[in-house]
Design a protein. Structure first.
Length: 348
């Protein structure tokens, strides 16, 4: 089954070349994606060497590279928005724990110590760091989703990075199966379990990264600078004026019917600066852009469902006419706003 590693490495190299060709000039997120693929190759190569030689030192080195990959996945999630600055020295702090644990682990594996206490402690530390990096990725994903909701009225699959959680989870599953379950189940170093986890997880993760990474779009979002925020805080009277202006525009021109409406588009239509528009939504309406537009769309759907001229139209026909671009998104939004599913709503 070792041929799968060779296939995975070839696939990763092809992916690196394709990303470089199809996404040139490379944004920060594209460079990080290439770094993830490259680190995958190094990590699983060390795993394979460990299996062939029986030297656990290579497994430790592979584990360190694996944890760095998880951290890089978190940065990738962050930098998929293309309005941020480049990846610099400040971002390297997240990798410092790997150096801290990597040096002593490597030293002790080169000069083994008696007893199992040290190795048990090391395994616990590694597990803690793995879940710390997993939390880091989840936190970056949460911030990313928040940015989408503040800038977009819909979130089609091409602008979300939820698939990265599958990549990260597979890495954790690979580690637990190889480093924990193999020992719990067999009480010794189980080569078969290691081969299966190394090769199948590697080929799946590499395939997903190459295919979905090429398909993934960078997302331009509005991120006001701290200086802008401090200089542009509207007074209560200004907020009320912008609130009334926005409500009037929404009722008269119905911009929410545009399924690709963004805060930038709405700002241009209303002649309200994006920063002031964002602050009006957050402070005067206590809502983000996504929620604000979603509620207008749901109200429009409700009105159209009550319109007798629409009796021959399906619920989804009306939903698409109202600015929704997916059945799943519409059903979820309708339930959250009205407390009922569309079918339950019609029955009542």
């Amino acid at each position: 089954m070792h041929f799968l590693i060779s296939i995975g490495i070839i696939l990763a190299i092809i992916g690196i070349v394709l990303i470089g060709m199809l996404k040139w000039p490379l944004k920060t997120s594209d460079k990080l994606l290439i770094a993830i693929l490259s680190t995958f190759v190094v990590k699983f190569s060390f795993d394979e060497v460990s299996l062939i030689t029986g030297n656990h030192l290579y497994s430790v080195i592979a584990a360190i590279f694996g944890m760095s990959t998880i951290a890089t996945c978190g940065w990738y999630i962050k930098y998929i928005t293309d309005t941020e600055t480049g990846f610099g020295i400040r971002q390297l702090y997240i990798y410092l724990p790997l150096i801290i644990i990597g040096i002593p682990l490597t030293t002790f594996l080169l000069h083994p110590v008696a007893g199992t206490g040290y190795y048990t402690g090391s395994a616990i530390v590694i597990i803690c760091f793995i879940f710390y990096y997993f939390w880091f990725c989840i936190n970056m994903l949460r911030k990313h989703q928040k940015l989408i909701r503040e800038n977009y009225s819909g979130a089609p699959g091409s602008i979300t990075v939820n698939w990265m959680i599958v990549i990260i989870t597979l890495q954790i599953v690979e580690f637990l199966l190889k480093g924990v379950l193999a020992k719990v189940i067999t009480s010794n170093y189980n080569t078969d379990v290691n081969i299966i986890t190394n090769e199948y997880c590697f080929i799946i993760m590499t395939f997903l990264l190459v295919v979905l990474g090429i398909w993934q779009k960078s997302i331009p979002v509005f991120i006001p600078a701290k200086e802008e925020i401090s200089q542009s805080v509207p007074q209560a009277g200004d907020l009320e004026r912008y609130r009334l202006k926005l409500e009037k525009f929404m009722d008269e021109y119905k911009p929410y019917l545009d399924p690709e409406l963004t805060i930038e588009k709405l700002g241009g239509l209303t002649h309200i600066k994006k920063l002031l528009l964002s602050q009006t939504l957050n402070k005067a309406f206590n809502k983000n852009f996504f929620t604000f537009i979603r509620e207008y769309r749901i109200r429009h759907v409700e009105a159209e469902l009550k319109n007798k001229s629409n009796e021959e139209r399906t619920i989804m026909d009306i939903a698409y006419m109202s600015g929704f671009n997916s059945k799943t998104g519409f059903n979820r939004a309708f339930k959250e706003v009205t407390g009922k599913t569309p079918t339950e709503y019609l029955k009542n």
